[in-house]
Design a protein around this ligand. Structure first.
Ligand code: SF4
Ligand code: SF4
Length: 141
């Protein structure tokens, strides 16, 4: 693991809406409240949402999750757009300001391979405080 990303000078980030992050293999983690909001946004019951998107309880993580490890992408993605954008989970709202990226410069650099918005020269500059505030607001400080 490499040292943390330097926050003192801020970080530039601007989402181009390419959808690449949503196509990375992995899990989309959901709280009960997030599931309810997403189900409501899709005009589904929570049970129907869970069944349609195969939402599973992960006992180890003590969290609900959508399995997207097969590399096919998140099933809530349509083209390059998130179908639940206004209510997307904290994990998605806080990308790329994730601890595993901020705490490890190599991981941050690796994520830049698929995310053109990270460190983009003309993108908005977020101060360290703004980055921390985004995380806090999403409840993942
Ligand atoms: S990969 Fe980066 S630029 Fe593309 S949609 Fe995700 S956050 Fe935005
Ligand atoms: S919920 Fe939306 S933003 Fe999050 S991974 Fe799925 S498609 Fe992407």
């Amino acid at each position: 693991m490499t040292p943390p990303v330097r926050l003192a000078d801020g970080l530039r980030f601007g989402c181009t809406r390419c959808g690449n992050c949503c196509r990375q293999p992995g899990f989309v983690w959901l709280t009960v409240d997030e599931m309810a909001s997403i189900a409501s946004h899709l005009k589904l019951s929570v049970e129907a949402f869970q069944a349609r998107f195969d939402v599973q309880w992960d006992a180890d993580a003590q969290s609900w999750r959508i399995d997207a490890v097969d590399g096919e992408g998140c099933p809530l993605l349509d083209g390059n757009s998130c179908t639940v954008h206004p209510v997307k989970p904290a994990q998605c709202r806080t990308f790329p300001f994730w601890p595993e990226l901020l705490d490890d410069r190599d991981a941050w650099q690796a994520a830049k391979e698929f995310c053109p918005g990270m460190d983009a020269p003309n993108a908005r500059l977020f101060t360290g405080n703004e980055v921390r505030k985004i995380r806090r607001k999403a409840g993942v400080a």
